[in-house]
Ligand binder design. Structure first.
Ligand SMILES: Cc1cc2nc3c(=O)[nH]c(=O)nc-3n(C[C@H](O)[C@H](O)[C@H](O)COP(=O)(O)OP(=O)(O)OC[C@H]3O[C@@H](n4cnc5c(N)ncnc54)[C@H](O)[C@@H]3O)c2cc1C
Length: 470
């Protein structure tokens, strides 16, 4: 870096703070902003709000948070981080389960203001990484278009897409990353790239781009005609023991395998209560009714909810917008009940006997398994039809160690019984061999891309792809 450029970049931090020669951040209220960047340091009234993510139990203190409005702003921030040798974390919606969108003592690129949704010709939609799902659904459904995405209102499109992204529409249209057709990225040295001239980068971003090679600043998606309505069906049983909950899980696997691609289903065991949700934006056929009736025989209650307008229905699954104390993670990907049979009763017994713990299994499959998507993205788990999820929530910090230990014991039990594939978007620091768990055989190819775009490992978090010397 030339001396002139160094001085220019150092002075750009002047909007609210400066890095001094002894590496401390100093307030400099007299300095004037030279671009649309906001530099936020400790002492700024917004610092505490911006450093926190959705997981309230994670407390990290970066040296500087850089709120960017354009791709060029991001390039300035990354060059600044290089000059001052600061590690970079990237925050879009802030929902990383392990807090990977913040760091201790480094620089955080905050993309919350890069949240636009722009309709392009040929039904393509340009989306900023900071766009939250509630805003995405509101704007696209108003135009009767849909990009398949997740359920939670405040999840950001930046993290969701770069890690995969599944939800109620995935079995029909694929993962969120499968609809991504173009992306702009600022690499670890502050250089700007577009995937139209680099298909290998697009392959990597689709499922392997979360805080690894650069900051994704713009994404263009193909969109699909939105269904008008969605309906749902609910089964419930209470006072279950682990044996009964396992037997109902086995029945649910057999039931789910027959669902059409317009349906999603989830098995949710919370304490001794089991809820099964089925959503459907396709036809309610006699075949489906027959399967529902057969399933209902095994449950205490069965409810059918009439179809309602899709824009209203997606809101029912938005969840909390308020940050919570939790430790959630993926609990393996698999294809059939038989793969879990050797340990599932022990797993469910621990869930039932650990207050605050939830075990969930969701349907995948359908279009997610499309061989064309397999070729054009690094997401490695397309062959799996189901994903497990462990959730633990607490009010008082005193409860946390018990819940975390129970969660780790369950993950270890699953691993011992051969359940090893995991979903990066439900990351956990407790996963063994996370490189192969998240990326399978694609990890080495991703390391080459890391070398190309971030040779100095400027962009990093505890489970980011390591530079490979291959
Ligand atoms: C309550 C809740 C509900 C969820 N529901 C779903 C669901 O329905 N479906 C689903 O698939 N997942 C779901 N998730 C998981 C979610 O997809 C991931 O946590 C995702 O990473 C969140 O993205 P974010 O932008 O909000 O998070 P952030 O914390 O901002 O980022 C998460 C990760 O992505 C990286 N990243 C973020 N933005 C960029 C960018 N622009 N460029 C490069 N890297 C970036 C960060 O480095 C970090 O590692 C849920 C999570 C929570 C907490």
């Amino acid at each position: 870096m030339k001396r002139k450029e160094f001085i220019k970049l150092s002075s750009m931090a002047g909007a609210s703070c400066l890095l001094s020669s002894n590496n401390l951040l100093l307030q400099d209220p007299t300095a004037t902003a030279q671009n649309s960047i906001e530099w936020i340091c400790q002492g700024d009234p917004n610092y505490d709000i911006l450093r926190k993510g959705f997981n309230n139990s994670i407390d990290l203190f970066p040296q500087v948070i850089v709120v960017c409005k354009t791709t060029e702003d991001v390039a300035v921030a990354i060059k600044y981080a290089n000059i001052h040798k600061l590690p970079v974390a990237i925050k879009s919606g802030g929902h990383s389960m392990e807090g990977f969108s913040c760091n201790q003592g480094g620089l955080v690129v905050n993309l919350s203001k890069m949240n636009s949704v722009e309709f392009l010709p040929n039904d393509k939609i340009k989306v900023g990484p900071g766009c939250e799902l509630s805003s995405l659904y509101e704007k696209t459904l108003a135009r009767k278009r849909i990009i398949p995405a997740g359920s939670c209102a405040s999840v950001g499109m930046g993290g969701l897409t770069t890690g995969g992204g599944y939800g109620l529409f995935s079995r029909k249209y694929g993962l969120t990353c499968d609809s991504l057709v173009e992306a702009t990225m600022v690499d670890g040295q502050g250089e700007i790239h577009n995937t139209l001239v680099n298909p290998e980068l697009l392959w990597a971003i689709r499922g392997g781009g979360s805080g690894n090679f650069g900051v994704i600043t713009e994404m263009v998606f193909r969109s699909y005609p939105a269904p008008n309505t969605m309906r749902s069906y609910h089964f419930e049983s209470n006072k279950l023991d682990a044996q009964k909950a396992s037997s109902l899980l086995e029945k649910w696997f057999a039931f789910s395998e027959k669902l059409t691609e317009s349906c999603y289903s989830g098995y949710v065991l919370n304490g001794r209560s089991l809820n099964i949700l089925v959503t459907n934006f396709g036809n309610h056929t006699p075949e489906l009714q027959k399967e529902l009736d057969a399933m209902a025989l095994h449950f205490d209650e069965f409810t059918m909810v009439r179809p309602i307008n899709l824009a209203d229905k997606v809101k029912r699954y938005y969840g909390s917008k308020i940050p919570m104390n939790f430790k959630n993670s993926s609990a393996g990907l698999f294809n059939q009940y038989a793969e879990l049979a050797s340990c599932i009763t022990d797993v469910l017994d621990k869930v039932i006997n650990t207050r605050g713990m939830i075990y969930q299994v969701n349907t995948l499959g359908g279009k997610i398994a499309d061989p064309d998507f397999e070729k054009t993205s690094c997401y490695p788990h397309r062959g799996y039809n189901f994903i497990g999820e462990l959730q633990t929530y607490w009010d008082s910090p005193k409860q946390a160690p018990v819940l975390k230990t129970a969660s780790e014991e369950i993950l270890a039990l699953l691993y011992k019984n051969g359940i090893k594939a995991q979903y990066f978007n439900y990351c956990s620091s407790a996963f063994e061999k996370w490189e192969s768990a998240y990326y399978g055989k694609n990890y080495k190819r991703l390391q080459k891309i890391k070398n190309l775009y971030d040779p100095n490992n400027t962009i990093r978090h505890p489970q980011s792809i390591r530079n490979g010397f291959l």
